[in-house]
Ligand binder design. Structure first.
Ligand code: SF4
Length: 107
């Protein structure tokens, strides 16, 4: 799942650095391997990084709530960082994209 998501979707991706655990979105999707076939057909977002979903969408908040980077390590969820200076990680983008495409992810 990591190779499907991080290089294509994540602004913070570094090919020489693997963080384990990964972001909440990636870890969630790793537990749903049946969704791997959906990811390659998802186009990376061009303008809206969450494919039209609100950052406060409760399903996305669930994913971020499970993330090891939420408390100290995520600019996107840091209220002191402006929207222009950050964007969600690739895992959250993919979760948002799948939800926006109508998939029921059980979140
Ligand atoms: S947006 Fe931030 S808190 Fe949410 S899953 Fe990604 S890294 Fe974690």
């Amino acid at each position: 799942m990591r190779h499907l998501i991080c290089p294509r979707f994540c602004r913070y991706y570094k090919p020489d650095k693997t963080e384990d655990p990964g972001c909440g979105g990636l870890e969630y999707l790793k537990r749903r391997p049946e969704l791997a076939g959906q990811v390659p057909s998802l186009a990376p977002p061009s303008r809206d990084p969450l494919y039209g979903l609100s950052p406060d969408d409760p399903r996305l908040l669930v994913v971020c709530g499970m993330c090891a980077f939420l408390v100290d390590g995520c600019d996107f969820r840091d209220p002191l960082v402006s929207d222009e200076e950050c964007e969600p990680c690739g895992g959250l983008k993919v979760v948002a994209g799948l939800l926006a495409a109508g998939l029921e992810l059980g979140l």
